[in-house]
Design a protein around this ligand. Structure first.
Ligand SMILES: Nc1ncnc2c1ncn2[C@@H]1O[C@H](COP(=O)(O)OP(=O)(O)OP(=O)(O)O)[C@@H](O)[C@H]1O
Ligand SMILES: O=P(O)(O)OC[C@H]1O[C@H](OP(=O)(O)OP(=O)(O)O)[C@H](O)[C@@H]1O
Ligand SMILES: [Mg+2]
Length: 285
């Protein structure tokens, strides 16, 4: 039986979360950290550990069938490569930054200036769109240091918490794009591999939905149940079970983790007690 070949970053920001989502979908991988290739024990999958920036070419050439990769890298080097699922981790943005003490009024201030970046294609497209001519200085890392050592007037690099910009006395003045880890597919994938990839995608989706939601159990007096149901819509509708104590019920439901605190406050205000909140491993809808 053939195996799906999937690329994962060998080491770096994406590695741990990529391995975690594979583990969370129940795939167990024989993992020697120095191995460049490893097979799953219980799923037709072979993992290739590669450099992030090399992955678009491997996908394009059909050397791998799929990859977990930063969306920003596909925008830079793999616009021809389809994204089939966003994976919700490694969220960051690609931003333009300049020294803090510089007065930056508009993008026109970049005219004729030097911009350091590891993302030349993305930056050039951004400059073209804004009709700006600037000189790109392409480097692979530590981009934020370049204005301080006189190598560049501005930078375009990944920002997440903003602490690297802060430490280097830079300020963010524009955002070129938002990014997160994605599941990408080779344009040359075979039908057989595509079937396996669809199964993997389905498992990813159920784990991602689970991560997005929480399972809530609570006790409430029966006369409060209609009001509480209004707050707790659930997947279809909440489960209601009678408690041993007369006049009380237990309600079970699923809530989006983003609405979580707001909903809990409302539940308490409606007389809910003994509220338990549990993580969800998988949600298959
Ligand atoms: N500070 C950050 N916070 C969140 N996500 C990030 C951050 N920096 C980078 N990323 C995301 O993680 C991906 C991998 O980043 P990382 O710096 O580990 O690799 P790289 O230097 O681009 O590549 P390589 O594998 O060749 O070392 C990036 O493409 C981006 O999508
Ligand atoms: O906004 P922050 O949370 O500070 O994150 C941004 C930094 O993270 C990434 O670098 P990384 O640490 O991956 O090092 P690298 O430049 O060697 O890739 C990115 O290139 C920025 O430098
Ligand atoms: Mg990096």
């Amino acid at each position: 039986m053939s195996k799906l070949k999937i690329a994962v970053q060998k080491s770096g920001r994406l590695h741990d979360d990529s391995m975690k989502i594979l583990k969370d979908v129940g795939i167990s991988i024989d993992n020697g950290r120095d191995q460049l290739k490893a097979s799953a024990k219980n799923f037709p999958l072979e993992v290739f550990y590669l450099r992030n920036g090399d992955i678009p070419q491997y996908l394009r050439d059909g050397i791998v069938d799929a990859a977990i990769i930063g969306e920003n890298v596909l925008i830079e080097k793999g616009q021809d490569i389809p994204i089939i699922e966003k994976l919700g981790f490694s969220s960051c943005r690609l931003s333009l930054a300049v020294p803090k003490n510089i007065q930056f009024k508009s993008l026109k201030d970049l005219q004729g200036k030097r911009i350091a970046t590891s993302y030349p294609n993305t930056v050039q497209a951004f400059l073209n769109k804004n009709q700006i001519k600037a000189n790109l200085h392409i480097i692979n890392g530590s981009v934020e240091i370049t204005p301080n050592i006189g190598l560049a007037d501005a930078i375009v690099d990944i920002v997440s918490s903003g602490s690297t910009l802060f430490k280097n006395n830079l300020k963010e003045v524009d955002v070129l794009l938002q990014s997160e880890a994605v599941l990408a597919e080779s344009p040359l994938i075979s039908n057989e591999s595509k079937n396996i990839l669809n199964k993997l995608k389905f498992r990813f989706q159920s784990v991602l939905k689970g991560r997005q939601n929480k399972y809530v159990l609570l006790n409430a007096p029966n006369n409060k149940i209609p009001d509480i149901i209004e707050i707790l819509p659930g997947m279809k509708s909440p489960t209601i079970l009678p408690l041993a104590e007369a006049g009380w019920s237990s309600l079970h439901s699923v809530i989006n983790k983003n609405d979580f605190w707001q909903i809990i406050d409302k539940l308490k205000a409606q007389g809910a007690e003994g509220i338990l909140v549990c993580p969800i491993e998988n949600m298959v809808i």
